[in-house]
Design a protein around this ligand. Structure first.
Ligand code: ADP
Length: 600
């Protein structure tokens, strides 16, 4: 561990402690996700479910620190949410209009299945839209707020132009003073005051005329749902849990509102009235809390379009929140898997195919090697079997002369040329056998050369000796050997084979008796053996090919041969570190030279 001076250590420890405390504080704060809810009116029983979720700890249990912001006449919950000042909001059915106007809102749950909006008139005589329309001025909210009430008249065949509407009046005050004969009301509010005063009144509900709007819709910003989907899901379900609690503990909630949320200074009695009216509208005794029917939303949107508030070709697809989103579309994954499976199958098929071919090749190779071995064995056997009778023929031919007594009718002149012919033929056959066998051996690179330090002059003399009896005249072959030893590291048998082939060719491709020279020389660190003749020579176009296996120049076809001699001579020379070349011209003889490194 590195050693630090004391003051440095103190600073390090202090920094660690600060870091730990910051981390601790951060962790405890960030344990709860902060969210803000914008209500659309002042505190009252209308928001009891949110108070319950907050005070009964449902938001906290969901990991949320919720802040409830009270509404006011100049505050639009939709603006607050879409402009990022709140995460969630409560709105009327006008939410769908905002969505279709392009505002990024997402409907999470309608809390009220039916709207509390209704048409209120004093007395008991105005019970239908037609009666109200005939009776006098109606006090309505400005803009499209009272759309469900207006639609009710239109649906009853009463054009809005025939109605006397006052949108700037004072609500209940105007109704009581007779300035208006009807007004839009909240069932949970104005009827309470009329009842309190002992006044009779009539209520016309738009729902009875097909205008059944949702109300108090919980919503959020599209971006919030996208970026924090788990927060949205948690807030929605904690809110619904709060509403369940509030509806089944109404007294407790009224007590809570009176104690902490009574900004409107409502009486307990009023709150009880409100609670009862709203419970009917929430309708949770029959319908699941927060249930939303897309067709009802569509109907609401159609009413907006009917009044020209929105276009008729609307699309509500992105308006609805899906609490349990469908399983992710895994088609691409399945496709990928299928493709991978296909690829694997394809590769496996190829691998199996290649494996089978390999197996077959191995078997074929084994058979080929075996066949080759048998072939080699056969050639070796045939060569051996040929060699013995050939030697017998040669020896017999040689002894024929001796067996010919003087004065016999068969004279030397008769026997000698025939004897030489037989011996030359035998020599060629033996030479061919040697070449065939050596060729077999050369096909195997592992064939070892038994190299020993040999005086090349000895090899030259020995080979010349072998061919001596095949010469047309005794002096046909001239041996030119240097006086000093020419020692090279060579395989004796192989070198004899090389020189035999060169001598044989010199004889074959020269006229009978034409001179042949066999030279052994020494220069610097090289030895050279030359076989020169004055025969047919080699045509220029054939010079580069004569060392190829089985090559025979066109003019050589009449001479016996297999095209192996020079090929083997070159291979043997190369394997012993030497070179072989030729100088020749057609009709002017040929001179073959084998150069080998001298032994050190
Ligand atoms: P082979 O003599 O059996 O045909 P070689 O490999 O020994 O095969 O020779 C290849 C060819 O080279 C011969 O067919 C011949 O055309 C040519 N050749 C070899 N040596 C001579 C030579 N001394 N003179 C003329 N041509 C030769």
């Amino acid at each position: 561990m590195p050693k630090y001076p004391l003051p440095t250590r103190i600073v390090i420890i202090r920094n660690i402690l600060i870091f730990i405390s910051i981390a601790f504080v951060t962790t405890s704060v960030s344990a709860l996700e902060q969210v803000t809810l914008q209500l659309n009116w002042r505190h009252q029983f209308e928001y009891a479910g949110y108070y319950a979720a907050l005070h009964k700890g449902f938001y906290k249990e969901a990991g949320l620190a919720a802040i409830l912001k009270e509404g006011a006449p100049n505050i639009s919950a939709i603006d607050e949410v879409t402009q990022g000042r709140a995460d969630f909001g409560v709105s009327s059915s006008g939410l769908v209009k905002s969505y279709l106007e392009g505002k990024p809102v997402l409907m999470l749950a309608p809390i009220f299945q039916h709207s509390p909006a209704a048409l209120l008139s004093l007395g008991k005589h105005l019970n239908t839209p037609a009666e109200v329309a005939k009776a006098g001025t109606i006090g309505l909210q400005p803009g499209d707020e009272s759309l469900d009430i207006k639609t009710m008249f239109v649906n009853e065949g009463i054009p809005l132009s025939k109605l006397k509407i006052n949108t700037e009046g004072k609500g209940l005050e105007d109704l009581l003073s007779g300035k208006t004969i009807a007004m839009n009301t909240y069932l949970s509010n104005e009827p309470f005051f009329l009842k309190k005063r002992g006044l009779t009144f009539s209520v016309i509900k738009p729902a009875h005329y097909g205008m059944d709007f949702y109300s108090d819709i919980l919503f959020t910003h599209q971006a919030v749902a996208q970026k924090r989907p788990e927060v949205v899901a948690a807030f929605r379900s904690a809110t619904l849990k709060g509403w369940e609690y509030a509806l089944s503990h109404q007294d407790e909630m009224i007590g809570l509102i009176l104690a902490q949320y009574n900004t409107q200074e409502k009486s307990r009695e009023h709150l009880v009235f409100e609670a009862k009216a709203l419970t009917d509208l929430i309708g949770s005794d029959m319908i699941q809390l927060g249930h939303s029917n897309p067709w009802r939303w569509r109907h609401i949107a159609e009413i907006y379009s009917q009044f020209g508030v929105i276009k008729s070709d609307f699309n509500l697809d992105g308006f609805f929140y899906n609490p349990s989103p469908p399983p992710a579309d895994l088609t691409w994954l399945y496709r990928l898997l299928a493709a991978a499976l296909l690829a694997v199958s394809f590769i496996t098929a190829i691998a199996i195919y290649v494996h089978r071919i390999n197996v077959r090749l191995k078997i074929a190779k084994k058979v080929a090697v075996q066949t080759l071995a048998e072939q080699r064995q056969f050639i070796a056997m045939v060569s051996h079997e040929f060699r013995t009778p050939l030697s017998v023929i040669d020896a017999t031919a040689q002894s024929m002369e001796m067996a010919c007594p003087p004065g016999a009718s068969v004279t030397h002149d008769f026997i000698t040329p025939r004897q030489e012919k037989i011996r030359r033929a035998v020599r060629r056959l033996l030479s061919l056998l040697d070449n065939v066998l050596t060729n077999e051996r050369m096909d195997f690179p592992e064939t070892e050369f038994k190299r020993t330090a040999v005086d090349l002059r000895d090899i030259a003399s020995e080979t010349a000796q072998t061919w001596h009896h095949l010469l047309s005249t005794p002096n046909q072959l001239q041996l030119e050997l240097v006086d000093e030893p020419v020692i090279a590291l060579v395989d004796h048998t192989m070198m004899v084979l090389v020189l035999s082939n060169l001598l044989d060719n010199a004889l074959k491709y020269s006229p009978s008796g034409s001179p042949i020279t066999l030279r052994v020389r020494k220069s610097n660190n090289h030895a050279s053996i030359e076989v020169e003749d004055c025969g047919t020579g080699i045509p220029t176009e054939a010079i580069n090919k004569i060392f190829n296996k089985f090559y025979r120049a066109g003019d050589a076809q009449s001479v016996p041969g297999a095209g192996l001699g020079l090929y083997l001579a070159q291979i043997i020379t190369h394997r012993q570190g030497g070179q072989i070349d030729v100088v020749s011209e057609a009709g002017k003889g040929a001179c073959f030279r084998v150069r080998l490194p001298l032994a050190k």
